[in-house]
Design a protein around this ligand. Sequence first.
Ligand code: MLC
Ligand code: AMP
Length: 480
Amino acid sequence: MLLPLLTPAAVAAAPDDTTPAVTVGDQHISRADLVGAATATAERLGAVDRVAVEADASLHTVVAVVAALIAGVVVIPIPPDSGPAERDHVLNDSGARLWVGSAPADARGRPHLPVRLYARSFHRHPAPGAESPAMLMYTSGTTGRPKGVVLSHGALAAGIDALAQAWAWTESDTLVHGLPLFHVHGLILGVLGPLRIGSPVVHTVRPTPEKYAAAGGSIYFGVPTVWSRVAAEPAHAAALRSARLLVSGSAPLPTQVFESLRELTGHEVVERYGMTETLITVSARADGVRRAGWVGTPLAGVSTKICDEHGTDLPHDGESIGQLFVRGPMLGSGYYHQPEATAQSWCGDGWFATGDVAAIDADASHRIVGRMSTDLIKTGGFRVGAGEVESVLRDHDSVGEVAVVGVPDPDLGQRIVAFVVPAPESQDVVTSGPEYAQSLIDHVAQQLSVHKRPREVRVVDDLPRNAMGKVRKNVLLDQF
Ligand code: MLC
Ligand code: AMP
């Protein structure tokens, strides 16, 4: 039996069909060749039960991920630009002992099994059960280090099928995007989606307006930063008129970007809402209403509710706002070996507490108002925990105290700003001026992933604190 995640389209692939199923930059591979190469890799995985994949934008990443899924081995995608602090944490926490795919920039002492794009095997592996874990996807929380979300084969399949239904996404579509392959958006929706549905995917390596315009697809994925950059280039935007759907997610799409794209492309962007922990649960539909600032209705099989701080259900009147809870077959199964953190979010009866604040109207349309915690920052569509950045900055010899916030930014949605009080013992070091700020920015970019770096560092004499000694981040945010 073939992997259910890839059926039925993969089963139907004729060995002599050379139509590109996956294109990344100037490389492409047919469906039959992809399954053949991935199966050949799967056979070389031996007794390993979890593998890390340096998830750069390449066919090697696609083959490595599919190989692991075919073999029933858990995939841990790693950002290719992540530094030693982030890498060590993810590798140690997940227990990954082997890299598969592209050669890692820094293997942290683990061996690497290269993928051979031209190897072929026609063996059939037994399909992993729907409950068996397919992926550990690391994502930031408000405090501490990133947690691994366990996503089962069944959740991935259900999540993709629900989107296919909402967007009338079929094998006649060509998907185009240039999103990173180490997150839900680019990898699960953007690669496994097309493979399951049977639609070709063109990955543009970088999500630039020029590359989107040249790709000639029918469905386009982007985070709001990508769409606002497209809207700023009218000639490239106009090239998307011939598409069927422009889809935005991972962060709030500004109303003016929605309006500009409507004018420039003739399309009302389809917005959808999700999380690493839940996959996509709410979306506008291909045949439904699209409203700027609203993210649509629950996908098939999904229930949602909003509750006040006591857990009391709030009315769906479009006005009441409360924490959004979601339930559905695409939810992850928990945080890897973190029962307490899991119990806090997966809170019984199948409900997941999103930490997002939302309103739901009488037609079941959802509006995401914000997040409950200022400590989860969304920058360029990437989720970054303030605590993780603070802890890396605190490790820098010159830093005494630090507070990290996300401030509104026209391009990135939010940009990361660090307030730093120099350590008293660092008097010999120059702790002011642009060079010092840049050295702290580089320190974060080198230890974590580049997108987690502060865009700005402000050196201050002290941090505003409340009577309990906790930093009052709202006071810092008021400065912007
Ligand atoms: C800059 N660079 C540095 C650096 N400063 N490198 C080292 N040290 C420093 N101090 C380099 C970078 O490596 C990169 O190099 C280049 O500068 C630009 O980096 P950037 O400024 O971060 O890129 P930018 O253009 O701002 O990126 C915008 C973006 C990106 C939209 C392309 O934010 C993006 O890809 N976002 C997608 C996020 C996403 O997919 N989220 C989904 C999460 S899942 P080089 O060589 O690379 O150019 C989810 C669920 C759901 O949320 O609902 O979908
Ligand atoms: P991540 O785990 O990186 O997938 O980030 C999930 C978070 O992204 C959610 O909790 C929301 O805060 C935010 N998010 C995702 N999609 C949207 C959207 N369409 N509108 C607003 N926020 C979104």
